[in-house]
Structure formats: C-alpha cells, structure tokens
Ligand binder design. Sequence first.
Ligand code: SF4
Length: 269
Amino acid sequence: MSAISGLVFSIKRYSIHDGPGIRVTVFMKGCPLSCKWCHNPEGIFPYQETVEKSHRLGGREFIEKEQAGKFYSVADIIDVLERERVFIDQSKGGVTFSGGEPMMQFEFLLETVKACKDLGYHTAIDTSGYAPAENYKSIIPFTDLFLFDIKHLDDNKHLEATGVSNTGILENCRILLETSAAVALRIPVVPGFNDDAGHMDRIVQFILSAKTDALTGINLLPFHKIGASKYRRFNLPYLMNGIEPPSGKFMKEIKNKFASTGVKVKIGG
Ligand code: SF4
C-alpha cells in the first residue's frame, strides 16, 4: 500500500448521519472555504495545530495542550475500518470522508477510497463541491455516494459568507448528478444568509433543472451553535453571535417546499 498520508482531525465510529447504515466518518483537515457558520473550525486549516483545553478539578483550573490533526496512512484508515467491520457489514454501512474538505487532500483520498472499494466497503464523500472537476471525475468510479453542499445560488452572497465563488461548485454538482452513482444534496439553513423564501424557491428550481436518477435525497441542515465553544479554543472570532437556530415550524415549511422536487427530503443529516 502507498506511503502517502492524510491529515485527519477526527475519526467518528458508529456514525449514522453521513450515509446509509453504521459508518466510520473520517474528518480530514483543511478546507478552501471559511463559512461563517462552520461548526468544525478545527477542520479549516490544512496543518496541525496545538490548542489549549481547560479542565476544572476541585475548584482549580488545569490547562492541557492538545494537538488537532494527525497523519494517517491508507493502511491506518483501513485498520480502523476493519475493526468495525462487523457493525458496518451488518448495518449495510460504510465509510464517509468528511472534513474540512476531503477533496483538498485528493491524492490521499483517491488512494484511500480505492483501497476501501477493493475491500468491499460502501464509500461516501461529504464535499463542499469546491475542487477541480477533473478530480471529481477521477474519483466517481470509487465513490458510492456524494453528500454535496449547496449553500447559496447568488455568487456574491456565496463569496461573502464562504470566501469562494459558487460557479465551479454548481458546475460540479451538475457533473456529479449526470455521471455519478448517487448524490444527496445538503443545504445548510442559515438565518439571514440563505433562508428567505425567494432564495429557497431558487434552490428548488435549481434542483428541478439539474436532477437525475442519481439524486437520492435532500438534507436540510438547520444552523446550530454546537461548535461555538470551539472558536474560543482555536482563538478564532465567532461570527454568528446573535443568530438563533431556525424553529422546527420554519424547517417544516422549508421541507414542504423541497418536497415539490419529488425527491426524499429530510431535516438533518
Ligand atoms: S465547507 Fe464545511 S468544513 Fe469548510 S468551512 Fe464551510 S462548513 Fe466548514
């Protein structure tokens, strides 16, 4: 097996929201986007970081240093999977590569998904869509499912909130829908950014214009603040103060809108 390695900031076992069945989700470090609401800020920078974690014990505070990001070889990832093989097989699960943006470490990702497919694992890639089209085309034969984010259809708004243009992302979305086995679209619902009725209608229209048999589902991901404390630990400014998660009622209204696409819609991952 190749000596190439990938920088990973977390590996989650028994994951049930990143594709079918019970999965191992590999969170790869480094993302070309910097979404204001990102709940995995430890996944944004493509290098190892040392962070301080404080613990309280008997009224005293202890500071512990922790390293974010560890290098794994392809064989290391396969070892992790093989240890969970029984659960994965029994639940018809697999492995999901998430992040950060897994396509940013393309060489490593390609080698790893190939090795996973050789061993019969179901493979999924959770992607922002921001990577060269050629790389998506090369990895399609080894990927059973793409979890593909659509954040905003207006390029200026996309650029302002994520730091990158959406042009290539939307083109890649159409390419995957035309050529890959399965795609689930993931739409973060972020109050004040993309949740107005007019914009949600535009996404519905985009889906209707791009959808093929490859489109297996739409996931509406309500903004939440679970990652807020991580910003302090990583010494990063948290830009979502004062923004509240959308209500359950509002999410149901949006879900009804997306149901008109004829595709299965779910609130959450
Ligand atoms: S694309 Fe995902 S991982 Fe990257 S910054 Fe945005 S929310 Fe975070």
